[in-house]
Design a protein around this ligand. Structure first.
Ligand SMILES: C[S@@+](CC[C@H](N)C(=O)[O-])C[C@H]1O[C@@H](n2cnc3c(N)ncnc32)[C@H](O)[C@@H]1O
Length: 399
């Protein structure tokens, strides 16, 4: 059946109508006219897949990735870059508008929209290396990922030398192109580190959480601050946009501020805040990340910051008065318990950094009884995917 695609949904799928019923069609963009078949009928909507394109949208450009058709990770590749930004800003604004909140975010684009990612996570099944196809369990065998750093792509091509039959592999790199290979597998592995060393700027190999070659961390530098990042510690996947995120944090801190940074990772936001604030406390649940953060404070000569191991979702009683709270949680956002604690503790400002605008809006609606949005930012941290980073700067308006 013929479907004309009218707009994109929040997951980057095309939306059209069949007999007046909303129908989601992956791999399409607004203006495409497709011959599609219905794959799932739901009570209020349908899902369909393209059989063939009858007319391409005038907006459409050729997706540069050779695996685009199968992988589905970068749904926005058939759009010009400026249009991907318009889509993301509209998506964030609409998510807020649907809940009765109007925002006008400052937009931060990605200076390097391809080859920006410093981490890829791959699955290996029966010797085939790849990504899971979006929204499925089908493995797409890939030899290149256009949004990932060139150093990671070089490594990807050499992975077959490990002879892994089944498992997971994560490859990370810093801006110097130094590579960490992190493998989880029950297989007997062939670790040809000499061979890899010849071809890569190999920093370390970790198998089943055990260091088997080199170092289990790398160093990264952003905005003049050095970071040690352990193999299992979080680091922002896009260093070019992370640089702008860190600058936004620093610009929203005032001298005299006492800051608590929840979900602090290796200390990135805390250390940037500490350059201006009087005192900063960071709380993070991954032990190696907390140790990295403490080390990072030391090597950068930043002494007004303390990092603690703990569960941020329960905000441990720190016995300190703080006026500013930074939160940068995983996609799931803040727990109800944490929101209630924040409302009780009453910090004057909250800087909420979010990688999922849907949970951000949900949490803001709970905070809205005491906090107003002073500023908002949309950052293109995950170019060509439907994901987006959003920051809200909140101010308490209730005494
Ligand atoms: C989105 S990352 C942000 C890290 C850091 N702000 C940065 O910019 O690099 C979220 C962090 O929260 C940590 N985390 C997840 N659940 C947590 C919890 N319950 N308590 C404390 N930290 C947690 C993760 O390990 C990760 O480091």
């Amino acid at each position: 059946m013929e479907i004309k695609i009218e707009r994109l949904d929040d997951l980057g799928r095309g939306i059209g109508y069949v007999d007046g019923i909303i129908t989601f069609v992956p791999s399409t963009i607004p203006g495409d006219i497709v011959d599609a078949k219905i794959t799932k009928q739901h009570k209020k909507y349908k899902e369909a897949e393209v059989v063939r394109y009858l007319k391409f949208s005038e907006q459409r450009i050729p997706a540069p990735c050779p695996f685009f058709a199968d992988c589905g990770g970068c749904t926005l590749q058939p759009l010009p870059y400026e249009d991907t930004i318009k889509y993301k800003v509209t998506k964030v604004k609409n998510l807020f508008l649907k809940k009765g909140v109007s925002i006008n975010p400052q937009v931060i684009t990605n200076p390097k929209p391809y080859n920006y990612r410093n981490k890829i996570s791959l699955k290996i099944i029966d010797g085939q290396i790849g990504f899971y196809q979006v929204m499925s369990n089908n493995l797409v065998n890939i030899t290149e990922c256009l949004i990932s750093d060139k150093a990671l792509n070089k490594c990807l091509k050499l992975l077959s030398s490990f002879n892994i039959k089944n498992g997971n592999i994560v490859i990370r790199c810093n801006q110097k192109g130094e590579i960490l290979i992190i493998i989880t597998s029950k297989d007997q592995l062939n670790i040809a580190s000499d061979f890899l060393k010849k071809h890569l700027n190999l920093r370390g190999i970790i198998i089943n959480n055990k260091l088997v070659y080199g170092a289990d961390y790398f160093m990264e530098e952003i905005n003049g601050i050095q970071y040690k990042v352990s193999y299992d510690a979080f680091f922002q996947v896009n260093p070019y946009v992370a640089s702008q995120l860190f600058a936004i944090i620093k610009n929203n801190i005032n001298p005299g501020d006492k800051v608590v940074d929840l979900y602090s990772g290796v200390g990135t936001l805390s250390l940037n805040a500490a350059l201006v604030a009087e005192r900063v406390f960071g709380i993070e649940i991954v032990e190696n990340a907390v140790e990295d953060a403490q080390y990072n404070a030391l090597i950068n000569d930043i002494s007004n910051v303390t990092f603690l191991l703990g569960d941020a979702s329960k905000l441990p009683n720190l016995n300190i008065n703080f006026n500013k709270l930074i939160v940068d949680p995983p996609r799931s956002g803040l727990s109800k318990e944490l929101v209630e604690t924040i409302l009780d503790v009453k910090p004057q400002n909250i800087i909420y950094v979010s990688c999922d605008p849907a949970t951000l809006v949900r949490d803001y609606k709970l905070l809205e009884e005491a906090y107003a949005i002073k500023k908002s930012y949309v950052l293109d941290m995950f170019s060509y995917t439907y994901h987006v980073e959003t920051i809200l700067i909140l101010e308490r308006y209730v005494k």
